[in-house]
Write a protein that binds this ligand. Structure first.
Ligand SMILES: Nc1ncnc2c1ncn2[C@@H]1O[C@H](COP(=O)(O)OP(=O)(O)OP(=O)(O)O)[C@@H](O)[C@H]1O
Length: 319
């Protein structure tokens, strides 16, 4: 395992004005393990504790309690050794504002031991990946937020470390650069690099990661592969708009093919396997119960359904 963490906790003491302080339990006991060559996602809403977890694993914040070994070393006792073996791209970026982006990228590549020509080749490759070639020689301070972010990602990936932490890597990226980043993360994995990324995008965790944890209020609420987590909920979900959600829920819960129903906003979500096959029976049951359907849709269950099941609210609402 390239990451093994047990019982990680972090409590901050935050100032609340007039000398008053408040304890914030950002992370309240997280266990996780990440295998070599795995893409692992920490998915959760704003404030769930994702960044704090990554900062503890990347040695930037000491845990209040718990232990973690990263790339074979203890994050507290051997922090320097951990840092030599990881790449880390923070949400803020951390690119030298005064230097042209290409220079910072080349420096990062050279520091990791590449020769001058290898460093140039790697820099050109990353500039291309993130559509930065045209602006590579401008000082970073003159670039837009999205462009700076793409430079930060390119610099973080330049030295091909065995483990890369990416904190919300695609926030602020346009769809094309988002897709390019996903490809780059997959190609890192194919070369044996492990990637731990945080995200509050369901589709990102679903499409990209091999395994994930879903965190909420500093705790893990679900863990597994995207497919297994979704299967636990059900293969499919029928979303219904009708007048009496409670009565419809009661009626559907009595049907043998329904696993569970859950109201969400002004809809009822009914979970079932083999939705296409069971949909006609569901419609007949509602009709026999005298329920007028205003709209209906059948979809595959998503990680949002997993989040909803474990927290009682939608990740979209929680974010
Ligand atoms: N240095 C700090 N001092 C006090 N409170 C903090 C500090 N850092 C984080 N927190 C609090 O800890 C909680 C978790 O924050 P964290 O940044 O880890 O969440 P997150 O899941 O990464 O959220 P986001 O998606 O918004 O980045 C939040 O309530 C946050 O306000």
């Amino acid at each position: 395992m390239i990451i093994e963490a047990h019982g990680l906790r972090k409590t901050f003491t935050a100032r609340r004005g007039r000398g008053r302080t408040e304890e914030v339990e950002a992370v309240r006991g997280i266990d996780l393990s990440v295998g070599e060559g795995e893409i692992f996602a920490v998915l959760g809403p704003n404030g769930a504790g994702k960044t704090t977890t990554v900062r503890m694993l990347a040695t930037f914040t000491a845990p209040t309690a718990g232990t973690a070994r990263v790339a074979g070393h203890d994050v507290v006792k051997e922090a320097a050794k951990v840092r030599e073996r990881i790449g880390y791209v923070s949400q803020a970026g951390g690119v030298d504002d005064n230097a042209p982006g290409r220079e910072s990228l080349l420096l990062s590549a050279r520091l990791s031991g590449l020769s001058r020509s290898q460093a140039h080749a790697r820099a050109d490759e990353l500039l291309e990946t993130f559509s930065l070639t045209e602006i590579a020689d401008r000082p970073v301070r003159s670039l837009s937020g999205g462009q700076k972010r793409r430079f930060a990602l390119a610099i973080g990936l330049a030295n091909r470390p065995p483990l890369v932490f990416l904190d919300e890597p695609t926030t602020g990226l346009d769809p094309q650069n988002r897709a390019n980043l996903w490809d780059e993360v997959r190609s890192l994995r194919d070369q044996g690099t492990s990637v731990l990324l945080t995200t509050h995008y369901l589709d990102e965790a679903d499409a990209l990661c091999d395994r994930l944890i879903i965190v909420d209020h500093g705790l893990i609420v679900a863990e597994g592969t995207p497919d297994r987590l979704k299967q636990e909920v059900a293969g499919d979900v029928v979303t219904l708009r009708l007048d009496d959600l409670a009565a419809a829920g009661e009626l559907l819960n009595a049907q043998p093919y329904i696993k569970e129903t859950r109201p969400e906003d002004d809809c009822l979500r009914a979970y079932l396997d083999d939705g296409e096959h069971n949909l006609p029976a569901l419609l007949r049951a509602l009709e026999a119960g005298g329920m007028a359907i205003r709209s209906i849709s059948l979809d595959r269950a998503t990680l949002d359904d997993v989040f909803l099941r474990h927290t009682g609210r939608s990740l979209r609402d929680a974010a």
